[in-house]
Design a protein. Structure first.
Ligand code: GLC
Ligand code: MG
Length: 631
């Protein structure tokens, strides 16, 4: 039994209860896949412009085959002004010239398939770029026109419409509304953007919007993609009437048991992409239109990011509305019409609790949803055990596999995150002047965390470079930062650039092998040279070889579709996560993670298969090491 927050929870095996629908194919590829995320700007640059591109990806896909992953997910490569790293799409059917051409995309898909890799692309349905032709048409049209119906335009409040229509804030900081100038030259309506002002939210009540996205799905399915990662999947439908919201509004949640005041002494608001702590009177870097707003209107006292945690009864009107589900039911039908093997949908839905997230992966909707509870869990055994148990039970209750993830392009890499105090909220970017992560501790824990993650039943997501043990860059000069969070929060939040720095492939060479020239769109920190692929490949004990062996063993022992049984003999050991992963054909593998200071003994007769670090001389598991052993 493991203790979480003073409450004793008994892990169950509910995850493997009979699936609710006979239609479920338990052997489907995506249920146990290892999926590698490429952030295309930063993986491999073929033409030396300092920006990664699709020919760069294609040329290096062999590396992923050798790593042993099943699939690759690419962050957006579509036509985009790049106001938010491509999550601001101007043409959903074309490739941005930075990344290549449609022919390059076809070549990338063909090469991946030749190597046995599935390809998942990003779909951004909550908002487009303000440079999307539909939005420029909306600006040119009159209030109330069909063109404006595709987005969320409203008249302002105040005497003369000079105040935003409601009090919603942008996840990146500042108001979620920008006022437009009407075609006649007068100040006019406001449009909603939950993210940057260059990312206007679509109106999902519009049948045109719905039809357009089904057509976009078909466009990419026809080109052969194996699935979609759905950006901000919990945001498409807003509560009718767009009511004010006086509570927490951040996109990325945070552990509820941590106290904001004591953990945030410097006024930095590190909970993720949240809008707290800014003074809108001073904030106007991107031309954000704040009308006649008194700067005092939005000070710390009524900062909507300071409030009680959300509950199922009190959901923010912009997130997780029940109406999103009928959209995904429609999409499921579109994907199913392409037959076998399954084409998949994975939800990016920052939704709490896990039962709400499970609604996105009911048999008639998506296949997977990212497990952000796992990503956000501190490196503490009782919490981890509880999250694992809860995740499996919640996904299992609808017949879905759980997923697991530790890093992505929106969070501080886990090799850095786990090198920080685990009693503080995780930061949204780390700068030169902040407390620096303990590199050695972070890497040791990151390896242990990954070894734990890859033993869990379900699908696992890896983020480019984590297989090298890459840390975040913590010494980016502010003038190179590109995350809109940094600008919109006026530097109160450093944002996500630190985890997006280009990959080191070789120790020598311009841009550490990222491309043929020294150019990199963000500077690589000095520490990246020794992490380069060519320094780790074939080197025993390297993080890259650890990942390769874990992925191979996971396949051999069928861990991805095994079932989890908690090892009760470890229940009294507070700082240990210990379970067996069992599969009728793969055998039984004990997984023991020691997060405490006292060495932990393996089960009697266990034969070690892999470990994130060396065992003690007497064969016990030392601090911050995870071991897999045959039992
Ligand atoms: C998702 C993406 C993030 C992006 C945001 C707005 O959270 O992962 O990178 O900024 O959506 O599209
Ligand atoms: Mg390039």
């Amino acid at each position: 039994m493991h203790h979480a927050g003073g409450v004793t929870s008994t892990p169950t095996s509910a995850a493997f209860a009979a699936p609710p629908s006979a239609r479920i194919d338990l052997s489907a590829w995506w249920r146990h896949a290892v999926i590698y995320q490429i952030y295309p700007r930063s993986w491999a640059d073929s033409d030396g412009d300092g920006i990664g591109d699709l020919p760069g990806v294609t040329a290096r896909l062999g590396y992923l085959r050798d790593l042993g992953v099943d699939a690759v997910w690419l962050s957006p490569f579509y036509t985009s002004p790049q106001a938010d790293g491509g999550y601001d799409v101007a043409d959903y059917r074309d490739i941005d010239p930075l990344f290549g051409t449609r022919a390059d995309a076809d070549a990338m898909l063909a090469r991946a398939h030749e190597l046995g890799l599935k390809v998942i692309v990003d779909l951004v349905p909550n908002h487009s770029s303000d440079e999307h032709p539909w939005f420029t048409a909306a600006l040119a049209a009159q209030p109330g026109s069909p063109e404006r119906e595709r987005y969320i335009f409203r008249d302002g409040t105040g005497v003369d419409g000079e105040l935003p229509p409601n009090n919603w804030k942008s996840i990146f900081g500042g108001w979620a509304w920008t006022r437009v100038t009407e075609p006649g030259g007068t100040p006019g309506q406001w449009y909603l953007h939950l993210f940057d002002r260059k990312q206007p939210d679509f109106n999902w009540q519009s049948p045109e919007v719905r039809a357009e996205f089904e057509s976009v799905l078909r466009f990419w399915l026809d080109r052969g993609v194996d699935g979609f990662r759905v950006d901000v999947a919990h945001g498409l439908v807003k509560e009718a009437g767009l009511p004010d919201w006086g509570e927490e509004q951040e996109l990325l949640g945070h552990p509820e048991d941590l106290d904001r005041e004591t953990l945030n002494p410097g006024g930095l608001n590190p909970g993720g992409l949240n809008p707290g702590g800014l003074n809108p009177g001073e904030l106007n870097p991107g031309g954000l239109n704040l009308g006649e707003l008194d700067p005092g209107d939005l000070d710390a006292e009524d900062d909507p990011s300071v409030g009680s945690p959300r509950t199922a009864e009190k959901r923010p009107p912009m997130w997780d509305q029940d109406g999103v589900h009928e959209i995904y039911e429609q999409w499921r039908k579109v994907l199913d019409s392409y037959g076998k093997p399954d084409r998949i949908l994975c939800a990016e839905a920052w939704v709490e609790p896990a039962e709400r997230a499970a609604r996105y992966v009911r048999p008639t909707e998506m296949n997977q949803a990212f497990n952000f509870d796992f990503l956000q869990c501190p490196w503490k055994a009782p919490q981890l055990s509880t999250v694992i148990d809860h995740s499996l039970a919640a996904a299992g209750s609808v017949g879905a596999p759980s997923t697991w993830v530790l890093s992505n392009h929106d969070v501080v890499r886990h090799a850095s995150r786990l090198g920080l105090s685990q009693d503080k909220r995780r930061p949204n970017g780390i700068g030169k002047d902040d407390v620096q992560p303990d590199r050695e501790l972070g890497l040791r824990r990151a390896r242990a965390a990954t070894t734990l993650m890859l033993a869990l039943p379900g699908a696992a997501y890896l983020y480019q470079g984590e297989e090298l043990g890459l840390p975040d860059s913590t010494d980016l000069p502010n003038d190179v930062r590109q995350d809109p969070t940094f600008l919109r929060s006026k530097g109160a939040e450093l944002g996500r650039d630190g985890c997006r720095v280009p990959m080191p492939w070789t120790k020598q060479g311009p841009s550490l092998g990222f491309g043929p020239s020294p150019a990199t769109w963000l500077p690589q920190p000095a520490s990246y040279a020794d992490c380069a692929v060519d320094q780790q490949v074939g080197k025993q004990g390297s993080t890259l070889e650890l990942y390769r062996s874990l992925i191979a063993l996971r396949r051999e022992h069928r861990l991805g579709d095994g079932s989890l049984r908690w090892l009760e003999e470890y229940a009294v050991q507070q700082d240990v996560v210990a379970f067996a992963n069992e599969h009728p054909e793969g055998g039984s593998v004990a997984v023991v993670a020691n997060l405490g200071s006292i060495p932990v003994t393996l089960p009697a007769g266990a034969v070690v298969l892999a470990g994130s670090g060396a065992l003690d001389g007497d064969g016990s598991v030392p601090t911050d090491v995870t071991v897999w052993a045959r039992i």
